[in-house]
Design a protein around this ligand. Structure first.
Ligand SMILES: [Zn+2]
Length: 241
């Protein structure tokens, strides 16, 4: 091979290699690797993690179904009033079951479970704290609150009916049973008195206006708040102010 031929061969080889490189580069440019950074601008710092929900800002998710929170208004009086934009207490949750006082079964029907947002959140907060303090305690039975728009909740709606429970500020809470069964107690003797007293104390501490208790259950509290009332030997009745 003459030196000239050798040079031609080397130049041809170099051009061939260059051509392949150019083709490869073109292919890479057509299909840029998405994993490669497309610019040299540094990526923004990751956003700080969302703060964990604080119980003080609202109740933790303690219910079997989500709550449709909205600002509610209690209109009029508990024994002559209505409820605007009430909130439905879900049928059950980590710390409670609901008990239908007319059908005598759990859960209670949705239309018996409306209260103001403040009543529902106060109730869930008290139940959560009570169960944290008494891990051995059974879930608490929750009876009637108000109807979806409040108003009369008398005997036409079953059982003895209520003269109050009209504006979303009242809730009936069944005393814990000594046998831990998830149903209402049928007499004062079936009540676990120490746990019932713990519930009364927590509703008083939560700022209840009244807590009505059964004359035969032997529960105590500040006299301006806790008072005995007939037909309350199976449940306590909490009214918020
Ligand atoms: Zn009641």
């Amino acid at each position: 091979m003459s030196p000239r031929s050798a040079i031609v061969l080397l130049v041809s080889l170099a051009l061939a290699v260059l051509g392949v490189s150019v083709a490869l580069a073109a292919e890479l440019m057509d299909e840029p690797d998405p994993a490669l950074p497309v610019s040299t601008v540094p990526a923004p710092a990751p956003a700080p993690p969302e703060p964990a929900p604080q119980p003080a800002n609202g109740p933790p998710p303690l219910t079997d179904t989500p709550i449709h929170w909205r600002h509610s208004r209690a209109v009029g009086k508990p024994f002559s009033g209505e409820l605007v934009d009430g909130v439905e207490l879900p049928a059950g949750g980590r710390d409670y079951f609901t008990w239908d006082s007319e059908l005598k079964r759990k859960p209670s029907r949705a239309w018996r479970r409306y209260g103001t947002d403040r009543l529902v959140s106060t109730l869930l907060q008290v139940l959560s704290e009570y169960r944290a303090a008494h891990p051995e305690a059974p879930r608490v039975g929750i009876g009637d609150l108000s109807r979806p728009n409040g108003g009369s909740f008398d005997e036409r709606y079953g059982g003895l009916g209520h003269s109050s429970h009209q504006n979303g500020l009242d809730v009936d809470v069944y005393y814990p049973r000594a046998d831990r069964a998830e149903r209402r107690p049928y007499s004062a003797r079936q009540v676990e008195r120490a746990l019932a007293q713990a519930l009364v104390d927590r509703f008083v501490a939560a700022g209840a206006k009244y807590v009505f208790v059964g004359p035969r259950v032997g529960l105590r509290g500040p006299r301006r708040v806790v008072s005995p009332l007939r037909h309350h030997d199976d449940h306590l009745h909490v009214r918020l102010r």
